[in-house]
Design a protein around this ligand. Structure first.
Ligand SMILES: [Zn+2]
Length: 238
């Protein structure tokens, strides 16, 4: 078996272990590229304007399903991202779906009131203003619910990255710069700029908090990580 073959098999093994774990926890893993729900989300949120590569770039978790772009299927990038999405699923289960949508969607979710209000436009034309509210709230109000949920999920991303590096034979690698990168990603367009007005100092604190959260995650206290480690150990026997 050559190296490529070994890594492909290993990735398949970890992928399958995580997918099986997901199914036990009530979350399906589906291909995103042709999923109707994802296409609807893409077009209804006008992402072809501000988030063009939504269909190919991100995994998306919601309503008991994780949608995975084909190119990540059973790859290392894929299982690392899957572990991240499972944290979102765990959060959804913990808080309930309704609260998850409200918390994750705030403040943009207020625009939905405006859309509903269109129905009552004849009675109260000012309903229309609810559509404008989020435009003003986006820069003023950080989407703290979304940020906190992403920080928990990115702590898992760091933990899985750490495990991969160790599996490759690297020892202790300082992942603080990666934590900073992740904070920048989660404050960007992929998450609809949830913290435009946050100070540099605050962002630095966020990166520190993310790093600490990752350090607190271990295979002993987190079943998702435990699955990954178990599969990696299995892979060594290939
Ligand atoms: Zn996420």
């Amino acid at each position: 078996m050559d190296a490529n073959e070994y890594y492909a098999r290993k990735d398949r093994l970890v992928w399958d272990a995580l997918v099986a774990y997901g199914e036990r926890e009530g979350v399906r893993v589906r291909e995103k590229d042709n999923a109707l729900a994802m296409k609807l989300a893409y077009y209804s949120a006008f992402m072809f304007i501000w988030n063009k590569d939504f269909m190919q770039r991100y995994l998306v978790a919601g309503f008991g399903t994780v949608y995975v772009p084909r190119k990540f299927w059973a790859t290392q990038g894929g299982w690392q991202r899957l572990a991240h999405e499972f944290v979102h699923h765990r959060d959804h289960q913990r808080t309930g779906k309704v609260w998850a949508v409200l918390e994750y969607g705030f403040p943009q979710i207020i625009a939905v009131l405006g859309l509903l209000g269109f129905l009552g436009l004849a009675y109260w034309p000012l309903w229309f203003l609810f559509l404008l509210v989020p435009l003003f709230l986006i820069p003023i109000f950080p989407a703290m619910g979304r940020i906190e949920r992403e920080l928990r999920a990115y702590a898992m991303s760091l933990a899985v990255l750490d495990i991969s590096l160790r599996d490759f034979g690297h020892g202790e690698v300082d992942l603080r710069p990666v934590a900073r990168d992740y904070v920048n990603v989660l404050l960007g367009n992929g998450y609809f700029w949830p913290g435009l007005l946050l100070s540099k100092k605050y962002k630095e604190e966020m990166a520190g908090r993310l790093h600490a959260a990752f350090k607190a995650l271990t295979p002993e206290n987190d079943p998702i990580l435990a699955e990954v480690v178990k599969a990696l150990v299995e892979a060594r026997k290939l």
